[in-house]
Design a protein around this ligand. Sequence first.
Ligand code: PGA
Length: 264
Amino acid sequence: MLETGKRNDVAKQLIAGNWKLNLTVAEATGLAQSLATESEGLLHRCDLLVAPGFLTLEAVRSAVLGTGINVAAQNGYHEPKGAFTGEVSFAQLCDLGIQWVILGHSERRAVFGETDEVLAHKLKGALGCGMHPIFCVGESLEQRESGAASSVVTAQLAAALSGLTPDSAKNLVIAYEPVWAIGTGLTASPAQAAEMHALIREELSKRWGQETGQSVRLLYGGSVKAANAAELLGQANVDGVLVGGASLQAAEFLAIAAASCETR
Ligand code: PGA
């Protein structure tokens, strides 16, 4: 196993909120405005990012403009334009000033049938546009119980990263989200999170060399809330969190960000 305990100083932790299919334009704008005004004291210690739905991206982007809070899309399509009814391309997102995108979320994989192959195209497309993808991996409960968690995550990573150059690493963030912990109230124990993050780090370092592998930020996601954030964020190789339900309340989300500051 690689020596990883010291690298938490490499970059600020990233506290990312995935708003999923929630919030009207007015609600999303209100939440973004609250974050903009109440996060000032936190932003020099950690990075904040929110991922609203497509229809509210512009309103949220305007509400947080100049604050340092980043805005991500929750999905995107690798072809820049053409006969792809219903899709939104990375090129269109960039045109809107959106430089971040979540890819490979388990809901995209499970509900919308996005395969490793499709996701590899998407990841390549997003990186090719100069975007910062947050690429999600994680095992189901059945896979964990059968002892396959590590091999599932390793295979998801291999499929996603195989065509990429080490240069891609500078924009890439990986989120480990055990599917059984998403929206369920169940959280990976700090030890389970640390173990999987160490494995992901090792895979990145094997592929791209130690220095590059160490530089990629790894987020944990799955029922993160203010009450459990500090312990998870305190683990080696946990460089931030991807938060779903708890990111829909400004106070709760900012309390998670404050927990990040305390671990540094
Ligand atoms: P959750 O969602 O925090 O509601 O479990 C996490 C996610 O899906 O990214």
